[in-house]
Design a protein around this ligand. Structure first.
Ligand code: TYM
Length: 332
């Protein structure tokens, strides 16, 4: 089975609807046809300040949400990035073939560093995409299912892999991003031209996977729409309603046209009530299952450790080959 790789940052207590729709749904779908590796990328999370005790807890919570959402740790290799030392080691090697200017062109870095300011921007935030390249390349991954915002990082990964292979000999498979066109970008409910994000300034527009269902329903009822009053998809002129339709379609598997028909001649109130029900029905069981898993952290930690051992085996082979190819003296 071809390899597939993806990951998420444990940067909040809960994943948000964009992570679930833009990434997790694809992961779940693809895990049976691929040899899939899914990591909780804690080393990425620390590129911005994290409270140590909270980071540990968020890492467990993120892993629990993967499993609760249907990623099966017996089928897929679901592990914590920092448990596999090869990630940091390969990232160092790759940083030596990454151009300073090339890294500086990453739009996510530009956005984030502008937000934090020069003095609070770490070198780690700058080299973040190189670590992501290491994640992907260690496993000879062919496919990388992500949301739209990670596309540029996967492009950089391809460039680095090609550069390394050319300079030192074939060590890496060239990966490809898999981006589901319709759900590549889920927007904030209050600000439907900005992507939904764990680090949004206001919580009102973010739907959390682990939130109290009543709270999520309320957020949907208050979502920004427009004054036209008709439920149809028009990303340009009706970004709010279009975003709600995207979420509705992704969670039910229905076509957008069918949903438009269903709500033809009915107001936004009805439509939002319908969507709230869809979201609560989908997220409710995930939340319950995640909480069950979190009730037994020792068992969860054991599952993660077992999977890290599987990941180690694959990663070590790539890393040893890379060390050889670039001429590091072997320790005998
Ligand atoms: P992260 O943690 O920001 O997001 C995890 C995944 O969720 C997707 N996503 C969205 N999709 C649609 N709409 C949204 N509003 C939305 N918000 C987030 C992201 O595109 C991503 O797929 N750098 C990565 C994590 C990472 C990684 C990797 C991914 C580290 N190493 C190797 C793939 C392969 C990140 O910060 O994702």
């Amino acid at each position: 089975r071809p390899r597939l790789y993806s990951g998420m940052q444990p940067s909040a207590d809960s994943l948000q609807a964009g992570n679930y729709i833009g990434a997790l749904l694809q992961w779940r779908e693809m895990q049976s046809s691929f040899d899939a590796f899914f990591s909780v990328v804690d080393l990425h999370a620390i590129t911005v300040p994290q409270a140590p005790a909270e980071l540990r807890e968020k890492t467990r919570r993120t892993a629990a949400q993967y499993i609760a959402a249907g990623i099966e740790p017996s089928k897929s290799t679901l592990y914590v990035q920092s448990h596999v030392r090869a990630h940091a080691e390969l990232a160092w090697i790759l940083s030596t073939i990454t151009g300073f200017g090339e890294a500086g062109r990453m739009t996510q870095f530009k956005d984030k560093s502008a937000r934090y300011g020069q003095d609070s921007t770490s070198v780690g935030l700058f080299t973040y995409p190189v670590l992501m390249a290491a994640d992907i390349l260690l496993y000879q991954s062919e496919l990388v299912p992500v949301g739209d915002d990670q596309k540029q990082h996967v492009e950089l990964t391809r460039d680095l892999a090609e550069r390394f292979n050319k300079r030192f000999g074939e060590a890496f498979t060239i990966p490809k991003a898999v981006i589901q066109k319709d759900t590549a970008r889920i927007y904030d409910l209050q600000n439907p031209t900005a992507k939904m994000s764990k680090s949004a300034e206001s919580d009102a527009g973010v739907l959390w996977l682990l939130d109290d269902p009543a709270k999520s329903a309320k957020k949907i009822m208050r979502a920004v729409t427009d004054t036209e009053g008709s439920v149809h998809y028009d990303r340009e002129n009706k970004p709010g309603v279009s975003n709600l339709l995207t979420i509705y379609a992704a969670l039910t598997g229905q076509q957008i046209g069918a949903i438009e028909d269903e709500y033809a001649g009915r107001g936004y109130g009805d439509f939002k009530k319908g969507l709230a029900e869809v979201v609560v029905n989908e997220f409710g069981p995930v939340r319950e299952r995640a909480n069950e898993l979190l009730d037994d952290p020792a068992e969860l930690d054991r599952v993660l450790a077992g999977n890290a051992a599987k990941a180690d085996e694959v990663a070590d082979v790539t890393l040893a080959d890379v060390y050889d190819k670039i001429g590091l003296l072997r320790r005998v």
